[in-house]
Design a protein around this ligand. Structure first.
Ligand SMILES: [Zn+2]
Length: 520
């Protein structure tokens, strides 16, 4: 272990008393009062206030006398399992609020880390902490950070992982790799794109073997990772990867028993490209993945907007899941994902908030609400996508995607103590008619008061305990000078390419890929 510290000691007994505790299988509208006892990193018991009274009193006495034990008086509060943000990229946290009204490929040209080049250590650290901080404040206790390292080296990786270890969030970290460089829309561009613009669009290809070897070296070098950090694997997208790269990832996943996260069918351009390059599989990216052995129980595809009914069935058959990103799908004009069909097929659904530059907010409350509401876009009848389903997707669905069934996603004995305390005095819960529906349709994140990860209180009554927030704000102010300058340079260089990308995007509207994910 180099710069990574195993910084957080195992905590002690922590008793959360008197909260209403959300149970997916219990009364989701009017959850009963329970006491949650955490021992170390795990939930030791969830009991009624009149059970185990002597034990609870002895913990309360210990808490008064020493830091060995701790009690949170949570009467008038709600306890929920921490959310799992199943799709996120920390590289563009600083681009929050910089972009809007751009279709996917134009956005990519402004946000992908390759265009920004090497960043300072201070910037890498600040952006990682800021993204994690926003998550913790919104009750997200686990993140899947699919991160493109630029440069792809050990120092960059260590700075990011050390920041995560410091702030105390749980992270399934994957190094996003690709060896086919060009923007997805490149094959559909008009012929007259100037060479200077084409150079941006084309990018620089990489070597599949070197990408795989780098990942495996990091897995070995950093073993064991600090508590709360674990690995995932991420080819950026099948269409951005050679067969050799995808086979290499599939092999790593098998040998190291790691979950795989990859972008699939986010946009119509990607779908059109799949139709063109996967001829032997009927133009299906999903069949291509299945053929390579990359469509397994451990695979979660991000987006899946343009899946066909047949591909949804294939995904279900192989046990793969979806990380649904309703906000970024809309912000990047990607279309509406067929979530009703996905759920009816029994495919695991997790929810993600995606990049800070195409959602501008790490909020599972927004993602859950949009998940429920968007179903109506294509169907005027009851859709069967209800608040409780959204809460399951944001917790248990995410846990399944991270390969952490039975550990994350519920407040139950034996589960990891990833726990969020919400203030029911907040106006979102006045009057309290249904905890599940008000969590999904009324909560903005304002009610999140205390966040516990792995048994450790990382935010207590809205104060972050692990980092100095004021210091982070001043670090941000200093790194933003360079970041804004570089962003302005990139935006200026992109001006030449944008009209051609928009032309291609417009022409794709009439291109037949066998289905439509736009309304009307
Ligand atoms: Zn993504």
């Amino acid at each position: 272990m180099t710069t990574l510290e195993h910084s957080i000691a195992a905590p002690r007994s922590l008793l959360i008393r008197g909260a209403r505790v959300y149970d997916h299988d219990g009364d989701i509208d009017d959850p009963p009062q329970r006491d949650v006892l955490i021992e170390g990193t795990q939930i030791a018991s969830v009991t009624a206030p009149d059970e185990d009274v002597q034990l609870k009193e002895s913990i309360a006495r210990r808490a008064a006398a020493s830091p060995e034990a701790d009690v949170i008086d949570a009467r008038g509060k709600l306890v929920i399992p921490g959310f799992v943000n199943a799709h996120y990229h920390s590289y563009d946290v600083l681009a929050k609020g910089l972009l809007e009204d751009m279709p996917f490929d134009v956005w990519a040209l402004h946000s992908q880390p390759a265009y920004f080049g090497r960043r300072s250590k201070a910037e890498l650290r600040a952006r990682t902490l800021l993204g994690a901080l926003e998550c913790l404040r919104n009750g997200i206790t686990t993140l899947q950070d699919m991160n493109s390292l630029v440069p792809q080296d050990e120092e960059t990786l260590d700075i990011i992982l050390a920041a995560y270890a410091e702030i105390g969030i749980r992270v399934v970290f994957s190094i996003a790799v690709r060896d086919v460089a060009a923007l997805d829309i490149a094959p559909f561009l008009p012929a007259d794109v100037p060479e200077s613009a084409m150079a941006l669009i084309r990018g620089a290809p990489k070597n599949a073997r070197e990408e795989i070897d780098f990942i495996e070296r990091q897995i070995r070098r950093l073993a064991p990772l600090p508590p709360r950090l674990s690995w995932g694997l991420s080819p950026s997208g099948p269409q951005r990867s050679s067969r050799a790269l995808l086979e290499g990832i599939s092999d790593l996943a098998r040998r190291h028993k790691l979950p795989v996260f990859t972008h699939v069918y986010e946009t119509k351009a990607q779908t059109a490209k799949a139709r063109a390059i996967y001829g032997e599989h009927g133009g299906s990216m999903i069949r291509h993945m299945a053929d390579i052995g990359l469509l397994t129980r451990g695979t979660t595809i991000a987006h899946g907007v343009w899946l066909t009914q047949e591909e949804i069935a294939l995904l279900a058959e192989h046990g793969g899941g979806i990380a649904h990103n309703p906000i970024s799908n809309l912000k990047l004009k990607s279309g509406v994902a067929p979530m009703r069909a996905v759920m009816q097929a029994g495919v695991n659904v997790a929810l993600g908030c995606d990049n800070c530059s195409c959602g501008d907010c790490q909020s599972m409350f927004q993602a859950m609400k949009m998940f429920c509401l968007l179903a109506a876009v294509t169907d005027p009848n009851p859709t069967g996508v209800r608040a409780a389903d959204a809460i399951r997707a944001a917790t248990l669905g995410g846990a399944h995607a991270m390969d952490r069934d039975g550990e994350l996603g519920a407040i139950r004995r034996g589960m990891k103590a990833d726990v969020v305390v919400i203030d029911l005095d907040d106006v979102a819960y006045q009057p309290l008619n249904s905890v599940a529906r008000q969590l999904v349709f009324s909560e903005t994140g304002r009610g999140v008061e205390t966040t516990i990860v792995d048994g450790r209180v990382v935010m207590r009554e809205r104060r972050i305990t692990t980092i100095d927030e004021a210091a982070l704000r001043s670090e941000l102010a200093s790194v933003m000078r360079t970041y804004r300058r570089d962003f302005a340079r990139i935006a200026e260089a992109n001006r030449l390419a944008i009209p051609y990308l928009l032309t291609a995007n417009d022409q794709l509207k009439a291109h037949d890929v066998g289905l439509n994910r736009f309304v009307g």
